[in-house]
Design a binder for this molecule. Structure first.
Ligand code: ASP
Length: 436
């Protein structure tokens, strides 16, 4: 973010946000361990203090997602100028998304085969978890039935009503409208196009300024959101599923540290350390909000201001990434399908696992960038392989923690993709980074 009034007081904003994250997590865990998640003090704090602050922060970010996606995509497409170039960059971006998503599922599948967390769950724990989360699982399964992912999903991308897409936060519809709008903008008379471009530019600048406002309360919002999770769930929940959780987190870490660092070094030519230290704000935002869509404003601001990626590339690649590129989600889905198959004694051949991989890639593209957005699709994959959909109940209790981690990887992957595209288009030089 550009220097905010907070930074002038000495402590950099990202340090404050990190501080908020730690304070929220530590105080939450302490409250949970000493008082318990249902103690009136914990419930009251969540209801009247931590919850509202977290929600206001989230609302501020969501408030600008629609105008930002529309303005940045339309400007991005118009800024790229010729439509052939838009097509080429679009194809390259989707190709990069597919390759990195497949890579991340592979990491997850290999790790789950090595550690076999599903074989370590005792039947008692299984029954207990299934009973506790049965109700929640039933609701999720209903949602899964409604969210069929097929040809209609593709047809619906061509939105009939952009305003309805905006109201429903149907980002793919808005992205499509933005692309068509930007493309048409390059084809009309120059004097009129100039007016519209100016308006879009101003809209874009305004929403990015609102991101600055949101980031001012980010330290408190992040603390509130993280407190909400840790105070309610504590650590006890993690114990019976410890190996499964470790496999998911370790795989996410391997994908981030090994694969992203490799891509950054070899294909982008940027030091991974420099990259990660510059993208702290979106990483922390993704972790605390569990929402790629909610993090999008912060990612766009960071890519432009901290990495120096040209707005037309960041504005084009990042909205697409927030909706379609979910490396962390696909990895999580792969691990979870195999984990639950192990728990329920469903054996999956190598061929089945290859199909699991393809399904994880496809559903990660289709998952909405909101907390728990992938769960309905995950239930769909489970059903395909004869693993009871209720099995999702086993992991629901810990899903929020895993969601925080996978969303962080999802957003990091989008930012890596943005640098890759900018570099390959020769419009950005990783050696010339903005001063921070
Ligand atoms: N929360 C994830 C995201 O927004 C989606 C998911 O995996 O549930 O990226």
């Amino acid at each position: 973010m550009s220097a905010s009034p907070h930074e002038s007081r000495g402590i950099p904003l990202h340090t404050k946000i990190l501080g908020g994250l730690l304070v929220g997590a530590v105080v939450g865990v302490i409250c949970n361990l000493t008082l318990g998640g249902t103690h009136p003090f914990v419930v009251g704090t969540n209801k009247y203090v931590a919850g509202p602050i977290g929600a206001i922060f989230l609302n501020l970010l969501f408030m600008i997602v629609v105008p930002l996606v529309f303005a940045s995509i339309a400007l991005g497409v118009a800024g790229l100028g010729d439509l052939k170039r838009v097509g080429r960059i679009g194809a390259k971006t989707l190709g990069f998304f597919l390759v990195t998503t497949a890579l991340s599922v592979t990491v997850g599948l290999v790790m789950v085969q090595i550690f076999r967390p599903g074989t370590r769950i005792t039947p008692e724990v299984r029954t207990q978890l299934l009973e506790t989360y049965a109700g929640d699982a039933a609701t999720r399964m209903q949602a899964a039935e409604q969210s069929t992912f097929g040809i209609q999903t593709v047809v619906n991308i061509v939105t009939r009503n952009p305003l309805k897409s905006a109201v429903d936060l149907d980002l793919l519809g808005i992205i499509f409208f933005g692309i068509v709008f930007g493309a048409a903008l390059t084809l009309i008379a120059a004097d009129r196009a100039k007016i519209m471009t100016g308006v879009l530019q101003a809209l874009n600048d305004i929403v990015l300024k609102i991101v600055d406002f949101a980031m001012m309360i980010a330290p408190y919002g992040v603390a509130g959101l993280v407190f909400g999770v840790t105070s309610r769930f504590g650590l006890a929940l993690l114990k019976p599923l410890a190996v499964y959780i470790i496999v998911v987190l370790l795989s996410l870490l391997v994908h981030t540290v090994v694969n992203y660092s490799f891509l950054l070094r070899v294909f982008v030519g940027m030091s991974p350390l420099a990259f990660f230290s510059r993208v702290r704000a979106p990483i922390i935002t993704a972790f605390s909000t569990s929402s790629s869509s909610g993090t999008l404003p912060t990612s766009i601001a960071c890519a432009e201001q901290k990495l120096g990626v040209p707005p037309q590339i960041a504005g084009f690649v990042l909205p697409l990434g927030a909706t379609m590129n979910m490396n962390g989600t696909s990895l999580f889905e792969g691990v979870t399908v195999l984990f639950l198959a192990q728990v329920f004694g469903v054996s999956l051949s190598l061929g089945d696992q290859a199909i699991v991989m393809v399904m994880c890639v496809i559903t990660a593209i289709g998952a909405a960038g909101v907390p728990g957005g992938s769960l309905p699709l995950l239930i769909g994959i489970l059903a395909m392989f004869g693993v009871p959909g209720e099995g999702i109940a086993l992991i629901l209790g810990v899903d929020r923690i895993l969601d925080m981690a996978r969303t962080t990887v999802n957003v990091t992957g989008d930012l890596v993709a943005t640098t890759f595209i900018a570099k390959s288009e020769k419009v950005w030089d990783p050696k010339v980074l903005p001063a921070v």
